[in-house]
Write a protein that binds this ligand. Structure first.
Ligand code: AMP
Length: 118
C-alpha cells in the first residue's frame, strides 16, 4: 500500500491539525487518542512515512526502529503506565482494524484493559 500523505497523522506531524502532545523527539511523536478507549489511551507514531508495522520493518533504518521501540517504553513510563501495567497494540490493514494508514502503537492503561480481543 502506497503511503497517503493526506492521512490524519501526516497532517498532525506537519502541524496542520492539532494534537494533545505527550512527548516528541527527532524520531517519534506521542499524543492522546481523540477517542480514548481507556483512562489512558496514547498513540505513538514514527515521524517517517510508514503505512504500518510491516512497511516500517521493511523500510525504516535500524536507528528509526530502535528509537521507535524505545519510545513505547519511554512514553508508557511517562504516562505512569508501568506502575500497574499496560497494553500496547498496533492494527494492520482492514482485518486488523487499522483506520489511519500511518503506523501507530496504542498504549492503554489506567484501568484493567480486559479481554485481549473481542
Ligand atoms: P486504528 O484503528 O488502529 O487505525 O486507530 C486509529 C486511532 O486514531 C483511533 O483510536 C482514533 O480514535 C485515533 N484518531 C483519529 N484521529 C485522531 C486525531 N485527530 N487525534 C488523535 N487521535 C485520533
Amino acid at each position: 500500500m502506497k503511503y497517503d500523505k493526506n492521512n490524519i497523522f501526516a497532517k498532525i506531524l506537519r502541524g496542520e491539525i492539532p494534537c494533545e502532545k505527550v512527548y516528541e523527539n527527532e524520531y517519534i511523536l506521542a499524543f492522546h487518542d481523540i477517542n480514548p478507549q481507556k483512562k489512558v489511551h496514547v498513540l505513538v507514531i514514527p515521524k517517517g512515512e510508514y503505512v504500518d508495522l510491516d512497511d516500517f520493518n521493511r523500510k525504516a533504518s535500524d536507528k528509526e526502529i530502535i528509537e521507535f521501540s524505545k519510545a513505547i517504553t519511554y512514553v508508557a513510563e511517562l504516562m505512569g503506565s508501568k506502575v500497574k501495567g499496560y497494553r500496547t497494540l498496533t492494527n494492520i490493514g482492514s482485518d486488523g482494524g487499522q483506520e489511519v494508514p500511518h503506523l501507530h502503537f496504542h498504549i492503554f492503561s489506567g484501568e484493567k484493559i480486559g479481554k485481549m480481543v473481542s
